[in-house]
Design a protein around this ligand. Sequence first.
Ligand code: ADP
Length: 754
Amino acid sequence: MPSTLANVLIAVSCLIYLGSIIWAIQKRQKIARGVGAILALNGFLFLAGLVRLLSGLNLWNGLVRSETQARFPLYAALGIAILIFEATAIFLQGRPPHWAWRALSVVWIGAAVLLNENINGILMDRIPAGGWVFSRPALGAIFLAAGWALFSATAIFQTYATRRQTIHPLHRNRYVFWFAVLFYAIVGVFLSFAVSVWLSLDALITLQAVLLMDYLLSTHDLPDLRYSVNRSLASLISALIAIAVMAGFLLLIQYLTKISPLTQPVQFLPAVLAAAAIALALNPILARIQAWLSRVIVDRKLDAGRLLGEYSRKIATIIELPHLAEVVLTTVRESLDLTDARLFLINICEEEVEWVEVGQENTAQTPTLRLSLQNPVVVYLQSEHAPLAQYDIDLLPRFRSASAPEAQLLKGLATDLYVSLIFQGSWIGLLSLSAKRSGHRYFERELFFLESLAGQTAMALNNARLYEDLKARNTENERLNQDLTVANRELSRLDQAKSDFIDIASHELRTPLTQIIGYNDMLGDMLSHGEDVQDLGIQMTDSVRKAARRLEEIVDAMFDVSRLDLSVLELSLAPTSLAVILDEAAGKWKEALEIRHQALVLQDLSGLPALFADGKRLVQVFSHLIQNAIKYTPDQGEIRISGQCIAEDGENEQEWIEIVVADTGIGIAPEDHDLIFEKFFRVGSILAHSSGEIKFKGAGPGLGLPLCKGIVEAHGGRVWVESACHDEVALPGSRFHVFLPVVTRAAPVLPGEN
Ligand code: ADP
C-alpha cells in the first residue's frame, strides 16, 4: 500500500527532525554558529511533515479548504527556500542576510497568503492586468513558485560567488558541500510534486539536505572532497591501466603457448610461473604509473626528509637575517609550490605585538603589523606550536573574540597558514604562507614538514637576530664615538674660545683702563706740580671719557649676551622705520669711515613697510654690522646697505624685510659662517687681530654677532652671512643678511604719519 508507506516515511522523517532539534539544543554551545538556522529549518520541516501526514490521513478535510490543501507543497517549498537562504548566509558569512532580504521574505510570504487564501474575499477570482486577465489561484501558485525560485537561485548564486572569491582551499571545500545541500533541497521540492509516483521519496531527499546542512553547520573538519574524488579517480585509472596491461600479457601468453586459460585447463605450476613472471615484470611499472597518476591527479608528494636535510645544511652557516629569510622563503615556496610566503620577526611589547616583515625587497612599503596581545590569534601563535589555518580563524569560536579591525588586518595578509617560530619557549618569528598553487589544502605530512622546518628556522633566526643586534650595537657605538669626537672637538673649541675671550677681554678692558689710569696720573702730576692744565686737561679728560665709554660698551655687550643666555632679553616693541634705524646706525660711524677712507652707500629705505620692533636694539644690530664691515675691510673700501620687501607665498602670506650689509673686505671662510655667530668666536688666532674699535682687523671680544643674532631672532627674524672665502688679498667681501618679519598685528603709526 503505497500511501501507507509514504505516511510511514514522512512520520520517520518528522521524528528525525524532532531528534535534530533536541540534538541542536543540547549541542548549542559547541555549534556556536547557525544553531538558529538548524532549529528553524528542522522545526519548519517537522511541522510541514505533520501537516502532510494529517492531509495524508485526510484529517484536514472540512477544516481546511481543498484549494489551500493543494497548495501545501508550494507553501512548504517557499518556506524551505527562505530558511535555506537564511542558513546559506549564516554558513557563508557567519551572520544572517541583510535586513532587506528578511523584509522581502516577510512581504513575499504575506503577499502569497493574501493572493492564495483571498481572506475575506477582498480579491476577485479573475484579476485583470495590462489587458490580460489572470486567474487568482493560478497567480497565487505562480507567486509561490517564483518566491521559491528567487530565494533558491540567490542562495546558489551567493554560494558560487563566495566560492569564487575565496583563496582558501578549506573554505572552498566547505562550499562544495553546501552546493550539495542546495541541490538536495531543490530536487526534494521537485519530487514533492510527484508524491504519488515517488512514494514520498521527496521527504527522504529533503531530509538528506537538512541532515547534511546540520552536519555542515556544526562540523569544523570536513572531509576533503576534491582530494577523495581525485584519489578515487587515480585508483580507478591505475586499476584500468593494470587490467589493460594484464589482459595484454595474458593474450600474449595465449598467443605464444597456444593455450587459452579460459577454455583449456591450465596446469598449476605453469600458471604460478606465468603469474610470477607477470607480477615481477609488471609491478614496478604499475607502481610507477600509480605514483605518476597520484602526483598528477592528486597532489605532488613531498620528500620531507631530503628537503629538511638540505635545508638544515643550508641554514647552518647563515647569520645574516635577509639571507636567512631568502633561503627559508624559497625553500617553503618551492617545496610546497606556494604563490607566496612571508617571514615576520616578532617583537613583543607591553600591550601589543609587532610583526616586522623581513626579506621583502621593498620593506619601506611593508607596514609593521601591530596586534593586541589579547588577540586570540596572537595568543594561539604565541603558545601553541602547531600551524594555524585562516580557515580555523574564520570558523572556530575561540577566535571570534578578535576585534574587527585586527581580524581585517590579518585577512589583508591573504595568509592560508601561519607557522610560529618558537625558540626556547619565546615566540620570535612567524611564517605566513599563501594557499598552494594546486588549490589543495595543506596535508598532514606537509604540516609535519612545516613544524620541523619551523623548529630549525627558529634556531637560525635567533642566531641571526643576535647577530643583527650585535651589528646594530656596533653601529650605535660607532655613532656614539663619532658624537663623542665631535663633542670633544666642540669642547676644545669652546675652551680655546674661553681662553681667547679672557685674553681679549683683559686686553680690551686693559687698554681703556690703562688709558684712564695714565691720563689720571698725568693730570694728578701736573696739578701737584702746579702746572697749567688748561690746554692739555681738556684733551686728557676727552680721552678718559672715550676710554670709559669703550669700557662701558664692552661691559654692556657682556651683560647683554649673558641675558641672551638666560633668555631674559626684553624688547620694547614700538612702531619703527628701518630707514630711521639705519640712518642712526650709520651716523654713528661717520667719523670712523672718514678716518678709514671708506665709503658707505645707504640705499633709500623709506619705501619699506613700517615695523613693530625694538628700535634701540635694531640700531645696536646694524651698528655692529657696520662696525664689523669697517673693521674687516681695508682702507678705501666700500660698504653698501640695501633693503627690500619680500612677500612669502603660502598659507600665511608673511611679508619680510631683508636688509643686506655688504662690504668689500677680507671675507669669511664658508666653514666659519655659522661659527661666527657663536659666543667668543673669532676667525684665526687672536694674535692676528689688532686692538681697536675701527682699526683694520681690530679684535673685539667676539660677542657682537651672537648678540645681533639673539636680537634678530627675538624679533622672529633670521641673520646669516654670505661670503665666498676668507682672502686678505683678493678681498671677496661679505654680505650680512638680516630678515625681519613685517608684523601686522599692531599696525604701526610712524611719527609724522598723520
Ligand atoms: P668681534 O667683536 O670680534 O668683531 P663678532 O662677533 O662681531 O666679534 O665677529 C666674530 C668674528 O667674525 C670676527 O672676529 C671676524 O673674524 C668675523 N667677522 C665679522 N664680521 C666680518 C666681516 N664683515 N668681514 C669679515 N669677517 C667678519
